[in-house]
Ligand binder design. Sequence first.
Ligand code: G3I
Length: 552
Amino acid sequence: MFLFRSLTAVTALLVVFLLPTTPADASAPLRVHAASRGKFIGAALATSPLANESQYRTIAATEFSQVTAENAMKWDSTEPSQGQFNFSGADQIVTFATQNNQQVHGHTLVWHSQTPGWVQSLGATAMRSAMQNHISNVVGHYANNATVTSWDVVNEVFDDNGNMRTSFWYNTLGQSYIADAFRAARAADSNARLCINDYNVEGINAKSTAMYNLVSSLRQQGVPVDCVGFQGHLAIQYGFPSQVQQNMQRFADLGVQVRVTELDVRMIMPRDSTKDTTQATYYRDVVNACLAVTACAGITIWGFTDKYSWVPDTFSGQGAALIYDASYQQKPAYTAVHDALAGGTSTDTTPPTTPGTPAASNVTANSATLTWTASTDSGGSGLAGYNVYREQGSTDPQLGQSTTASITLTGLSAATQYQVYVRARDGAGNLSANSALATFTTTTGGGGGGPCTATGTVQTQWAGGYVVQPVTVTNTGSSTINGWTVTFTLPAGHTLSGSWNATLTSSGQTITAKNLGYNGTLAPAASTTFGFQVSRPSGDTATPSGYTCASP
Ligand code: G3I
């Protein structure tokens, strides 16, 4: 099936790239523009209007390339009584999607809500095996179905402060249920993309940082978490979350796919044109954040018409959260999503120039710095950054992304030869030709030097500041270290404005970063990361350097 899915994806790409090079018709549906940007655009679907309303069906089929069952794949629908599986609603949605060449994201396997009482009252052993059995049957039901490509394995495991939610799952099984759920899903379908999904994690905040730490630690333990879903239930009265793109990127840097899974933007009723305009900018900004992050696969809107939305039932006096009104008329939010997706397609089809040959330096057992001569872009959308790939024959994995003509690759294997090349990317998503190859070999590790090293990468910067993410701390010694301290110097006038995954203290311009409880222990060659944000005088382009690492 993996081959089948890959061929389908390749075919889709070929269709996109081999069609006549005329830009997509500006009035084309959302899915056409999204495909030309390499993203999906999806909607959550409800079974009743799908069966009964042709207008609902037509829009769902025409505008979207991906669908999620709003309720039909949840536990109370698929296994209402123990061992009695019912896929009628779920199959209805999957059949519709297959007919319309859409992917289905399975939602959701393990959640504290919409789970029958019989599950909640089980003891620990029975609950764990009921969970594994549920996952095995539900994922297994679609394992040979090329339409269902991904799953929300666990949903909303955190409370609003970023602590583990004290759900019946957690109270009965402890945190281990999360890893067990992912392992059961992988066992049931080795090709499906497995996601963790939550709300209020769209920007950088305590909850999203807790989720970041969990995903990082699960992946370090080999738990098969492939993807992170940001639900995106926004409200114009609460403001747009801060640093959405940077947040997506920090997760992407862990090696996972990211996606917006349940986007809607509610307002206090009644609707008016000012609120509609604000709502449209929220939709636009979420789409643009996803477009700017290569690892963002796409965006699912939680419904599409205000006729069917969960919002008024949950938030009294609020509503109008979707991109069509209750009479199936497109709202400004539709236009905003459309224009954002179409943004790069109609004008710029000229790729940037080919980057110079990368030069490798500071090669350690797990990391290497590459520097190259910058590309230029004349197509109009501007140079957006670079992708770095490992040459491996038929499929070359992407090792990292950078917005400058340099990158520090981390997480490399020790004593291994790497051949790498760089492609430049413009704002419309055009990729340059491959640079010439650079070849380097990582060291064996354990051979002297300090007990640890630290390298920092500027992930994003703007006139008044920047984010350094990741700072990668690597144990280069031959024995396990228990605790590390990284020091570095901020340029004059720069001040720390936030950090994650380490405790940072300032003394003048000298910053000392110490590990937290969960990331201080590093086996030989193991790495961990932290990050921080800095404010600087407008116009100053300096960034810190000279990271040193020590361990007791
Ligand atoms: O199907 C029954 C129907 O038979 C009954 O007459 C009616 C009476 O209330 O209820 C119907 O079930 C409702 C179901 O939606 C289907 O319409 C439930 O009461 C209602 O609670 C349920 O709400 C869903 C909600 O999840 C439950 O937590 C919403 O439709 C759905 O949009 C919402 O989706 C969640 C995501 O799964 C996870 N992220 C947040 C998102 C919004 O809350």
